[in-house]
Write a protein of this length. Sequence first.
Length: 299
Amino acid sequence: MSEYVFGVSLNPTHDLSLAHDMTDAAEHGGLDLIGIQDHPYVGDFLDSFALIGHLLTRTTRLRFFPNVANLPLRPPAMLARTAGTLNVLSGGRFELGIGAGGYWDAIIKMGVPRRSAAEALAALEEAITVMRGMWSPGQNVRFDGDYYRVDGVQGAEAGTPPINVWIGAQGPRSLALTGRVANGWAAPIPSYLPYERWAGSNQIIDKAAEDAGRDPGSVVRLAQVVGTVEAGGSGPGTARMTTGADPLRAGADGWAAELTRLATEQPFTGFVFWPERQSVDQVRRFTEEVVPLVKANLA
C-alpha cells in the first residue's frame, strides 16, 4: 500500500447501474479502494464476491475487498480459492477483509451452527492459517483444527501482489488476533465501535504485534467513516469524531480536518468513506474535494 489510501463503501444492491456509476467515479477520481459489504442472508443484496469479480472487469486500477467477508458462511478452503482467483484475474487487485461473524440470528438461518464469540474467534484464526496455506503454490496443505480441516489439498498461485488479510475486529481478543496475525485492521463503522474506542483499539493491536515480534507499523489501519460530504463546506469546520457514533456531516474542510486528525493522532493510513446515501455525487465530492485537502495536509 502507498502511505495513505482512500476508498469508498458500496452496497451490493441489485441496482447495477448505480454500482457501475459509483465505481467509475471512484476509478476516474483516483480512489484506491472499494469495499463491498458481505451479508449473504440479505435477499435484496447480490453476492459480494460475484459483484467484486464483475466490477474488477470494469476497472484497471481500483482494488476491491469484501467489507467484511462472513466467514461462517464461507468455508476457508473455498474462500481461499475464490480470493486467489479474483487476485490472479485482476492482476493483484483483491484484498480479503474478513470477520468472525456478527448477525448470528440471520447466519444460522442459512444452515450453519451458531458459535459463541470465543468459538467464532478461534475459527477465524484457524481459517487464516488454512487460507495462507492454500495461497502457497506447491504446498501440500494439511490442517486439523477444532473447526476446520483440510487433508492434503494442493496450494495454488494466488496472484501478485499477494492478498492482504484485513480483520474487521472490534473486541479486545479479536483486536489482539489482528495484531498477531493480520495484515491490517478494517475498523468497524462507529455504530459497532464508537469513536472513543478507536485509539484504545489501536493500542491493543500495537501491543499484540510487538508481543508477537512484529512491527506494529506493518499492520495497516483502515478508518471507516459514515457520513455525508455537504456542499459548499469552506472554513475550518466544527465537526468532530471523538465520542459516540453519529455520522460525520460536514463540508470538505470539516471532513479533511477530521481525517487528518485521525492520521496524525492515531496510526490510520487508510480511509473508507461510507456515504449515508449511495450516490455518484457523494463519491465525487469525496474524491474531488476531501481527498486532495487531506493529502495536502499530510504531505
